[in-house]
Design a protein around this ligand. Structure first.
Ligand SMILES: Cc1ncc(COP(=O)(O)O)c(C=O)c1O
Length: 491
């Protein structure tokens, strides 16, 4: 049995017994030792893969070598350096389609700066109109929620499907009923995350075909899902799939994609044009321009032609490991973490950690939202806990993770509670101000912590978190990072 960086051997043995599939992922231990060795060398316990993935040394080396050995010019020309870049861009587009098993006759790829950029392309171009509707689940990321502004501006209705406690899932019957409820023949758009970036809940892929049966277009937000789960676009056929590549393999940042069905793209109407998106425009004929067909009409200006080969390299990196291997490992660690966190208790038996969302591995991914609470039932201040975690070298995330719907339901916040942040305030208020206002007037503390696992995660990372959480045992609720109770020892 391998030494697990301070994790107890007995705990590791028990983990392997409970999750025997983990052993089949041992190639990731070798990879971590070789290509992610900086984590252990720098004493970093990285638990924020839903925030951003980590790159391997091999990816960086291959990209560096490609840049060192080639001469690349701006694409869109016939000269040799431009053609060399064109080839890299075409390879990246092909690599995205292959990775997601998407038939090029059905799907295409638009490169964007990130998943938000992909979502904005759909939002600003979708033909929302009176009689049409934008339907979305509560647990969408704000970059999906923001599409409601385009819908409202153009007179379409907006309807949310709530998530329900305790698992923060959406009732399938409510989805079915909402999809049947089409007011008119105007275009209808449904958006949901394949995996919530708050709770880790994975919604049924079957909703895509349900929606199609009733004439809806579907955005399947896969930004949080794709890094550790197989998305097979030959099996499920969403119209629009936004992605951020840094979440999948850490590098490059600043490149995402909108994977689209050709049929659905034809429905979109771009509100402007830019260099690269038209075949011809006229200055004298002010209203005259021809949008370029397919992806070209949606890629404003010059694509990141030097960054895109790193996308090909990153996808090859994931494919070489095997997305199912990554999934197996992440789910084993998630299962262990959820079980451990939910069984932590103070000496009076009161729970130390509360997990929001599913507490087993059914239809969930490797993102866990939770808080730590004192024996008196009050949550510890998350900023203090985060500061203590940082001191222990643990990267976790606090806040609402741009997912207000899951946060509101998880913390039992009502519309009236939320109004305190919006109604009667004349300047934009910060998240902290809003959280404090709600806490002061309702006693609810709408702060959450989130840990998320990824391809370089190992048992020692999970163990470090549980040990950290366990060190709050019997600590009073009024923690302060400077005057810490003696029994909380973090190095
Ligand atoms: C589910 C989901 N959608 C969209 C986004 C937006 O991604 P980006 O910030 O890369 O645009 C995120 C980011 O965390 C996410 O988790």
């Amino acid at each position: 049995m391998k030494e697990m960086n301070g994790a107890s051997d007995a705990a590791y043995r028990a983990f392997l017994e409970a999750y025997p599939g983990y052993s089949s992922t041992s190639r990731l231990d070798e990879l971590r030792a070789r290509d992610y060795e900086r984590l252990d060398r720098l004493g970093q316990v990285y638990l924020d893969y839903t925030g951003g993935g980590l790159y391997s040394l091999g990816q960086i080396r291959r990209h560096h070598e490609l840049l060192r050995e080639g001469v690349y010019g701006n694409p869109h020309s016939d000269n040799p350096t431009s053609q060399a870049s064109e080839r890299l861009v075409a390879d990246a587009r092909q690599a995205v389609l292959s990775f997601f098993n998407a038939d090029p006759d059905e799907y295409g790829v638009i490169f964007t700066p990130n998943a938000s950029g992909a979502l904005k392309l759909v939002g600003e171009s979708y033909p929302f109109q009176p009689g049409g509707r934008f339907l979305l689940t509560y647990d969408n990321h704000n970059s999906v929620n923001g599409i409601r502004e385009f819908a409202r501006h153009n007179g379409a209705g907006v309807r949310y499907l709530p998530v329900l406690t305790p698992e923060l899932r959406v009732d399938g019957g409510a989805v079915s009923e909402a999809l049947r409820d089409r007011g008119s023949d105007a275009p209808h758009l449904f958006a949901y995350p394949a995996q919530s970036n708050f709770s880790g809940v994975q919604h049924p892929m079957a909703w895509v075909s349900w929606a199609h049966e009733h004439g809806w277009h579907v955005i399947l937000d896969s930004a949080a899902f794709a890094p550790t789960n197989r998305l097979d676009l030959a099996a499920v056929h969403p119209d629009f799939v936004p992605l951020s590549f840094y979440k999948m393999f850490g590098y490059p940042t600043g490149v995402g994609a909108l994977v689209f069905r050709h049929e659905a793209l034809r429905v979109l109407r771009r509100p402007w044009f830019a260099g690269g998106t038209i075949t011809v425009a006229s200055v004298q004929g002010e209203g005259w321009h021809h949008l370029a067909p397919g992806h070209a009409g949606f890629e404003d200006g010059t694509v990141d032609y030097l960054g895109l080969p790193a996308v090909t390299i990153g996808l090859e990196h994931l494919a070489a490991i095997g997305i199912d291997v990554i999934h197996e490992r992440v789910m084993a660690l998630t299962g262990w973490l959820v079980t451990q966190l939910t069984s932590l208790a103070h000496s009076d038996g009161s729970p130390l950690a509360r997990v929001f969302g599913p507490t087993d591995l059914t239809r969930r991914g490797g993102t866990i939202a939770f808080y730590l609470g004192a024996p008196d039932g009050r949550p510890y201040d998350v900023r203090t806990v985060e500061a203590l975690a940082s001191r222990a070298g643990i990267s976790l995330r606090t806040g609402c993770f741009c997912n207000p719907g899951d946060g509101e339901v998880a913390h039992g916040l009502t519309r009236d509670d939320m109004a305190k942040c919006f109604v009667g305030t004349c300047t934009p208020v910060s998240f902290e101000y809003c959280a404090e206002t709600i806490r002061a007037s309702t006693g609810k503390a709408p702060n959450t912590m989130r840990v998320s696992l990824g391809l370089a995660s190992n048992f020692a990372d999970a163990y470090a978190l549980v040990r950290f959480a366990g060190s709050f045992r019997d600590a009073p609720s009024d923690l302060s990072p400077d005057a810490r109770p003696g029994h909380i020892v973090h190095q």
